[in-house]
Design a protein around this ligand. Structure first.
Ligand code: SF4
Length: 312
């Protein structure tokens, strides 16, 4: 599959009084055309920062310290901001943010806000176009005339996804798109993303801490820990036979209908401003060895599979 989005050696850093925060380091990631790819990890593992960095939306003083992000072969980090805003952000790459269902302005109707996004980017808005978008996400046309507070959480999330698709982007970065929704609505939103991919061919990078959710949608997964990708591979293999002890811990901590004993991962994510030598997971790893404390394992593997662990 041709890569639509390709991050190579991406590093994102923030200065802080404690030292430089290494929010993402040496990240390689690919999303193919028409593919749903999952990016998973605990809160604070660097997933959202990575997405914001790729969209050139890092709040200062955050900065991309190294690497490149290719979209359809163009390095979108090196082009002028004006060109990126005009040709890429929202038009070719859009984003459903964390808590985006609360991202609508309360004083305008949903339809007016979708219409504005379309017109700002030179598309013809209007009732018919908005109705088509709302129906695409299984909402009634009448939702366009309602104010955000008149919608349920699930309806608002669908309406935001409709807005993200308004300019027919090739890629959507969906960051925790189901947070704060009940489990039935979560499943509906995931099924919606899968259907939209099938119908429109849009690629989706689905970012979440929820492995159960991601396993329903993504063909391939990247697992992040302390700003680095520690394992990558096809979702079914990675969830059935996880290799990295961190992935194993996450899978064991994911509830299923059969699970009687859910184990958490003891300890906490390290301070990203004070990462020492060695594997960042070693203080929490039940299989840590001497070498793990001294030297950082590189991500090694063949093709789309890989793991960063001295056990392999
Ligand atoms: Fe555990 Fe060592 Fe592998 Fe890190 S490199 S996950 S500490 S075994």
């Amino acid at each position: 599959m041709t890569a639509l989005l390709e991050a190579r050696g991406l590093a994102i850093r923030y200065p802080s009084p404690r030292g430089e925060v290494r929010a993402a380091e040496e990240v390689d990631l690919e999303v193919g055309s028409g593919e749903i790819v999952g990016l998973a990890g605990e809160s604070g593992s660097g997933k959202t920062t990575l997405a914001m960095g790729m969209m050139r939306l890092l709040p200062p003083p955050g900065r991309v310290a190294a690497g490149e992000v290719l979209f359809d072969g163009t390095d979108i980090l090196s082009i002028p901001e004006e060109r990126f805003r005009r040709e890429y952000r929202w038009t070719k790459i859009s984003m459903v943010f964390q808590g985006s269902m609360n991202g609508f302005t309360p004083v305008f109707t949903v339809g007016a806000q979708i219409d504005e996004v379309m017109r700002i980017h030179g598309r013809e808005g209007g009732r018919a176009a908005i109705g088509r978008l709302l129906r695409m996400v299984d909402l009634d046309d009448g939702i366009a005339r309602r104010y955000p507070h008149e919608l349920s959480g699930g309806q608002k999330q669908r309406a935001f996804i409709a807005m993200a698709l308004a300019l027919e982007p090739k890629l959507v970065l969906a960051d925790e798109p189901t947070t704060a929704l009940d489990v039935i609505t979560q499943a509906n939103v995931v099924n919606l993303l899968k259907r939209l991919r099938k119908e429109t061919g849009v690629s989706i990078l689905l970012i979440t801490h929820d492995l159960a959710l991601i396993s329903q949608a993504a063909e391939r997964l990247y697992l992040m820990y302390a700003g680095r990708v520690v394992e990558r591979g096809p979702s079914d293999r990675l969830l059935r036979e996880p290799m990295h002890p961190y992935t194993q811990g996450l899978v064991a901590a994911t509830p299923t209908l059969e699970s009687r004993d859910i184990k958490g991962i003891p300890g906490f994510m390290p301070d990203l401003a004070r990462l020492g030598e060695g594997c960042s997971f070693h203080p929490r790893c039940p299989r840590a060895m001497d070498v793990c404390r001294r030297e950082r394992p590189a991500l090694r593997g063949v093709g789309g599979e890989g793991v960063a662990c001295w056990l392999y």
